[in-house]
Design a protein around this ligand. Structure first.
Ligand SMILES: C[S@@+](CC[C@H](N)C(=O)[O-])C[C@H]1O[C@@H](n2cnc3c(N)ncnc32)[C@H](O)[C@@H]1O
Length: 357
């Protein structure tokens, strides 16, 4: 177990940290001493776990091995640095560079990032024999993040690029529909459902196939159901575009799914705005599908579902997860977590994770 920290995307306040935690749990890595700061998750875990976060995560930018944490002022930082042994990570003959990132405007009156990089570089150089500074092409990068009035400093282990997600944006796919989810969000939902390699992942409202694609990329066997034939044909086209074959694609009603078991469910039911509920109300459809899914999952398995929080014309807020709370509980689902995601003025989504108990 080593102290690690992850620099998280600022795209959502709670999803990125929850995603990393879910990935570690899904892959069987124990994480301890977990602390969530603004856009940073600190924890202790096996260093190997970083590889799986790198492969799976949608909302993580960088992983690092933590070396020190200090209050965000020069004196505290340099004091702590003096007490830190850099020799296990900066070996004789190696070069390094210090790079500091500031989240929002934390400690901007106390610290200038460039000054801090220079001060830290000099300090580390003076206490670590045989190393040099190389700003252009260093062997090692010592990265610091200023957040919540702390500086967290560590050895950068890997950048986690999100380039491939932008190649899978809904509009980049051959079959587009306005109801399609962003690929990053779908990947995050697959992670929150704790699906893993060889898991059978079901999306009972698969639409354009976003979740099926993201699940397949992490090794799941994906099954999609949609009541509209054109959506199933579109999903087929999108999967083929990425060289993916689904475990199954079913043109049918998700209130009656012709399967015996699945390992995880990720879904985004229709809200009747850009995607049709085919005459049912969203609430009834969600209740019926949750009933069906309950029979397919085993105890401990999860469903990650995007539910709408709608602002009605009357000014009332309709919170679907609250409205189905009793129903889900009676079925035997425990609500584990919920994350609010703003979509547009009158629609906010809530990403909810339930576990079958
Ligand atoms: C919000 S869209 C899903 C979008 C999808 N997440 C994506 O990224 O493309 C909801 C889908 O549910 C489908 N649908 C509506 N009622 C259904 C039902 N009873 N059974 C199965 N699919 C249904 C619609 O045809 C629509 O494609």
């Amino acid at each position: 177990m080593v102290p690690l920290f992850f620099l998280l995307s600022g795209e959502n306040s709670t999803l990125p940290a929850a995603e990393v935690r879910a990935i570690l749990e899904a892959e069987g890595y124990l994480a301890t001493n977990i602390q969530t700061l603004d856009q940073v998750l600190r924890l202790e875990a096996d260093i190997e776990s970083v590889k799986t976060v790198q492969i799976r995560s949608a909302y993580t930018r960088v992983a690092a091995q933590e070396l020190l944490i200090a209050d965000a002022n020069y004196e505290a930082i340099l004091n702590t640095t003096t007490q830190t042994d850099f020799t296990p990570i900066l070996k004789n003959g190696e070069s390094f560079a210090v790079r500091i990132n500031r989240i929002k405007n934390y400690a901007d009156s106390e610290l200038n990032t460039m000054t801090l990089e220079i001060k830290l570089g000099k300090q580390i150089l003076s206490q670590t024999p045989g190393v040099t500074v190389n700003l252009k092409n260093p062997d090692k990068t010592i990265m610091g993040i200023i957040t919540n009035d702390k500086l967290i400093l560590g050895l950068k282990l890997t950048d986690i690029t999100s380039k491939t997600f932008s190649e899978r944006r809904p509009r980049k796919k051959p079959f587009f529909h306005p109801s399609a989810m962003p690929s990053k969000m779908a990947r995050c939902m697959v992670n929150l459902a704790q699906a893993k390699n060889e898991s059978i992942l079901l999306d009972p409202f698969c639409g354009t196939g976003t979740s099926l694609i993201e699940a397949t990329f992490i090794g799941c066997r994906a099954i999609g159901v949609d009541a509209q034939r054109r959506m199933i044909l579109g999903t087929k086209k999108n999967l083929a575009h990425f060289g993916i074959t689904a475990e199954g694609l079913i043109w049918g009603d998700s209130r009656k799914i012709p399967l015996d078991r699945v390992d995880a469910v990720v879904t985004d039911p229709p809200y009747g705005r850009s995607s049709s509920t085919l005459k049912a109300t969203t609430m009834q459809l969600v209740k019926d599908v949750m009933t069906e899914i309950h029979t397919l999952l085993s105890t401990g398995q999860r469903i990650c579902i995007a539910l709408p929080i709608k602002l009605k014309q009357t000014g009332e807020i309709e919170h679907l997860s609250q409205e189905i709370a009793g129903y889900a509980e009676n079925l035997g689902f425990k609500k584990l977590e919920a994350h609010t995601v703003y979509i547009h003025r009158s629609l906010t989504r809530e990403i909810v994770v339930y576990k079958k108990i």
